[in-house]
Design a protein around this ligand. Sequence first.
Ligand code: AMP
Ligand code: MG
Length: 396
Amino acid sequence: MTLSFEQARACVLREVSAGRGNLPTEKIASLDAAGRVLAEEITADRDYPPFRRSARDGFAVRAADVPGELHIIGEVRAGEVFRGSVCAGDAVEIMTGAPLPEGADAVVMLEHTERSGDRVKVPRSLQPGENFNARGAEAKQGNIVLPAGCRLDFAKIAALAMVGRECASVYRRPSVAILPTGDEIVEAGQQPEPFQIRNSNAWSMSVQVARAGGDPHILPIARDNYESTRGLVEQGLTHDLLLLSGGVSAGKYDIVERVLADVGAKFFFDRVLLQPGQPLVFGTARGKFFFGLPGNPASTMVTFEVFARAAVELLGGANESPLPLLQAKLSKEVRHKTGLTRFLPARLSPDGSTVAPEPWQGSGDVYSLARANAFLVIDPDRESWAAGDMIRVLLK
Ligand code: AMP
Ligand code: MG
């Protein structure tokens, strides 16, 4: 079955979300959990902030008393509590992060005051609530601060520290089998004959799997015969996800689909209106999802990014897997033959505002992808973009 790019992506997201079942979890140290997917809800153990916290260095006052001249009755620093109360005409010198003394309802910034001895002049007016964070403004005790299914980044790890969680329950990394195919493929450490190609796909896929939160396992290269491919496909299907590269085109020795069918595969699609990467197989067999990615290195890398990555992330417990898309201004004209969605190697300018296509020789050109830092997303139903037009960009 042939699908458009959008249909195929929706299919992958739908099928993997529905079919992933109960995912295994483990408890790990929060400090080691960057990039992992949270398997529990994290709630606030107390109100945040836990007290009325000054956002400025200045004076805690009663808003009704200013403008005016006030009597400084003391000071309060972060980590202290002022023992006493701000009454009419009083001010307490306060530092950023300190709790607002009782009776005060605003903080006037140091820059907006004139002090002499124990008197302070406040020439401007203030609203109650100015320059401090109310207790519980960020989260109330018991509120969910991190939902299950989110990938832990630096700010989320900080949130774990805030609520005192040294350990957290996360989803196990899905085990992903990587199965290169092809009689012409030799391992990267080998000296190839002139007609042979080194196995770069296993390396790119391995890095992409790890980046998506999976645990990559590179299998031996399957040769283009039934026995070799079948044995390794069966081995691959013992993992949570099987990624094949090559052997899915229409050639005489492209036998991956036949082998998959013989192990009971259900195919959701076997072609996508996409370049690079038209022949592209997605399905399930023996309770596991698999992708047959095209073997041309650029096709393998692009189809991983736009399809298999989502599967790895969802199988790793993520509750969503959006594409990192943005818009930038094209620096030169782009035309294409309509009908296919294309992901073309591109360079986004350092400030992210403009994008230029990177010269490339087609699906085999790894060096172009290596130079690129993004992909131009070429919509299938539009023929040309002029220099200066906004265009979608997929971050690499
Ligand atoms: P295929 O999809 O099997 O027809 O492969 C298409 C082309 O991709 C082949 O001609 C190879 O040059 C290249 N190719 C296939 N597998 C790999 C691999 N593992 N590493 C690098 N290039 C590959
Ligand atoms: Mg092949």
